[in-house]
Design a protein around this ligand. Structure first.
Ligand code: NAP
Ligand code: ZN
Length: 346
């Protein structure tokens, strides 16, 4: 078993520490990736804090992985040594259910395998991208276009696809009025992607602190949710609201800003339940929805779309020794807009 350096949480809620993890011996269909960069997603923090239930420890998080191919198995056809590649939130799925057949492996009913903290098909527990190397079956490896620097590409593998997929599913295009709630890692990708799709984009942020950056990312309007007038002056103003907030929101206020037939999609996944008054849905035939990451084919489509439109994540590159401070800053909404670990420092 190859042993690789990693950063992992030794137990629930504990700070991450330098350690080693085991990777499987590469099989015929496996790609061995030298990881160069790994993004820090708020999901990593939810997971190691136990927000989403008990985990196996030690746990190395990280599902925004960018690097280069170090070796390939004998049956690998799509990748060669040295290729620029990425891995997102999934490393396997059943390949046989209706969702897999549709290319929506994220909704696999036969057992999708998450990049970390999941039981792999060989019974081992997966470990994520805060590590020097990963071994992934080629069907779950993405190609990173040359136009996107690897460090700024890493966050696309989760934050990018998680926002691209609902924007495409709800057919956002020229003239669609989109509100993005929360300008963090996911939110700043949502703004760039919705703008590139031709939408009219409004950011709903807790304050106006990041207004200049939000407008530069492509937002047409930037409003503070701490100001009650934001809600009273924007009744029925949006067709689609993309909620990227990691904490519970007072949904009724947001639902009131949706036009007739509008949809509020939550991609933010707080541990606490959300509640709303049914009348706010009924009175304007509004919908409340959720969306999970995206399938492999759509993730490749998103990467190619970003390359074509000059889109990438805005990042703060950190050494591995700063991971725990970065977690504290993400929890304090003090991130512009994604922390990315320089994996050479692990
Ligand atoms: P993030 O970088 O921390 O961004 C979340 C943003 O939400 C913050 O920057 C902040 O923006 C806003 N916010 C935070 N606390 C708030 C509060 N109490 N009230 C109102 N707004 C608040 O996190 P992220 O990495 O983008 O992830 C966001 C959420 O999406 C997490 O729950 C994560 O687990 C989830 N997620 C889901 C999927 C999926 O497949 N559905 C995939 C990835 C992540 P402002 O400062 O602008 O207000
Ligand atoms: Zn993520």
């Amino acid at each position: 078993m190859p042993i690789v350096a990693a950063y992992a949480a030794p137990s629930e809620g504990a700070p991450l520490v330098s350690t080693t993890i085991e990777r499987r011996e590469p099989g015929p269909l496996d790609v061995v990736i030298d990881i160069a960069f790994a993004g820090i997603c708020h999901s990593d923090i939810h997971t190691v804090q136990g927000d989403w239930g008990p985990q196996h420890y030690p746990l190395a998080p990280g599902h925004e992985i960018a690097g280069t191919v170090a070796a390939i198995g004998s049956d690998v056809t799509r990748f060669a040594i040295g290729d620029r590649v990425g891995v997102g939130c999934l490393v396997n799925s059943c390949g046989e259910c209706a969702a897999c057949a549709r290319g929506e492996e994220q909704y696999c009913t036969g057992g999708a395998v998450g990049t970390y903290g999941a039981t792999d098909r060989d019974g081992t527990i997966t470990q994520g991208g805060y590590s020097r190397q990963v071994v992934v079956t080629e069907a779950f490896v993405l190609r990173i276009p040359d136009a996107i620097p690897l460090d700024r590409a890493a966050p696309l593998l989760c934050a990018g696809i998680t926002t691209y997929s609902p924007l495409r599913h709800w057919k956002v295009g020229p003239g669609t009025r989109v509100a993005v709630v929360g300008l963090g890692g996911l939110g700043h990708m949502a703004v760039q992607l919705a703008h590139a799709l031709g939408a009219e984009v409004t950011v709903l942020s807790q304050s106006l602190r990041k207004k200049d950056e939000g407008l530069l990312l492509g937002a047409d309007r930037y409003l503070a949710t701490s100001d009650p007038e934001t809600f009273s002056e924007n009744k029925s103003a949006f067709d689609l609201i993309l909620n990227t907030v990691s904490a519970p929101l007072p949904l009724d206020a947001y639902l009131g800003t949706l036009d007739t037939n509008g949809t509020l999609v939550s991609v933010g996944a707080p541990p606490e339940p959300l509640s709303y008054h049914a009348s706010l849905l009924i009175g304007r035939r509004r919908s409340l929805a959720g969306s999970a990451i995206g399938g492999i084919a759509e993730t490749q489509e998103m990467l190619d779309f970003c390359a074509e439109h000059g889109i990438a994540a805005e990042i703060e590159l950190i050494d591995a020794s700063a991971i725990n401070q970065a977690y504290d800053r993400v929890l304090a909404s003090d991130v512009r807009f994604r922390f990315v670990i320089d994996v050479a420092t692990i």
